[in-house]
Design a protein around this ligand. Sequence first.
Ligand SMILES: C[S@@+](CC[C@H](N)C(=O)[O-])C[C@H]1O[C@@H](n2cnc3c(N)ncnc32)[C@H](O)[C@@H]1O
Length: 281
Amino acid sequence: MLSELRVAVVSFLVGVVFMVTAANLFLRISSFGDFLTWTALSSVPVFLSCAIFHKSFQVALRASGLGCAAAIGSFLWFSRLFPTFHPFGAYMCILSFFHWSEYVITAITSPRTLSIDSFLLNHSKAYWIAASASWLEFALEAWLIPGLKSEVICWIGVLICTVGEILRKGAMLTARSNFTHLISTRKRNDHELVTHGLYSLFRHPSYVGWFWWSIGTQIALVNPLCVVAYAVVSWRFFNERIYDEELYLINFFRDDYVHYQQRVPVGLPFIEGFKPEFSAP
Ligand SMILES: C[S@@+](CC[C@H](N)C(=O)[O-])C[C@H]1O[C@@H](n2cnc3c(N)ncnc32)[C@H](O)[C@@H]1O
């Protein structure tokens, strides 16, 4: 899977470098029209990547698209032209980096499970409905109460997302091939119980990271309604998921997992996971 990793890294860079070069050399972006023209140009690096890496077309398409989104996000975040849109620019960078790096880290740690789904772009319908709701809230508030979109709060959100990302990717790098995006329902011969590193602090470090990352995205957007909605929906999602996952893990590792549960907390507030009726002594 080394070649897929190379395609993902090079395509992302093609997207970023092309957009930054175009903005600096060919276009003086000084109006909304210039910005739209420049954004439309993002089809060029996507087309280029897909043409160069035609054998891995699907990977090139997504990685270069995410690279362009990161470049457009950086422009919106730091440009003096659209100050109200700074939070949205930060959010675009956070989101595109998250999805691209999920693929890259999976390619490094668990090439056996690598597929186009590893970008997590088709995670679930609910995920994109939630994302659209946050774009709508941002647009309405930026239009009606632009003063709400504070730079300081945005930076707090960026910080929370960064910590969440480090936890999530750190967990993937620690668990390596034992980490799968989908919950394993059958034990593979090489599936080992991971209890070291971040897994000695929390039983579910990648979910802890993702939980805070998802709330952080809404703080970065300065979306008060979605901050609350994301906290509630993410908590319910992980509560259910951890319960199901631990049911299988106890099946796989028996007393070893029960002892691990007794030593190490879940890591998310008020989530207990699956408790077997008879705890191991
Ligand atoms: C998306 S990963 C999430 C891992 C973990 N829940 C976390 O938050 O870091 C899900 C897969 O990891 C595996 N898994 C979870 N905890 C594990 C552990 N401590 N050791 C080995 N495999 C684990 C499960 O079997 C499942 O297939």
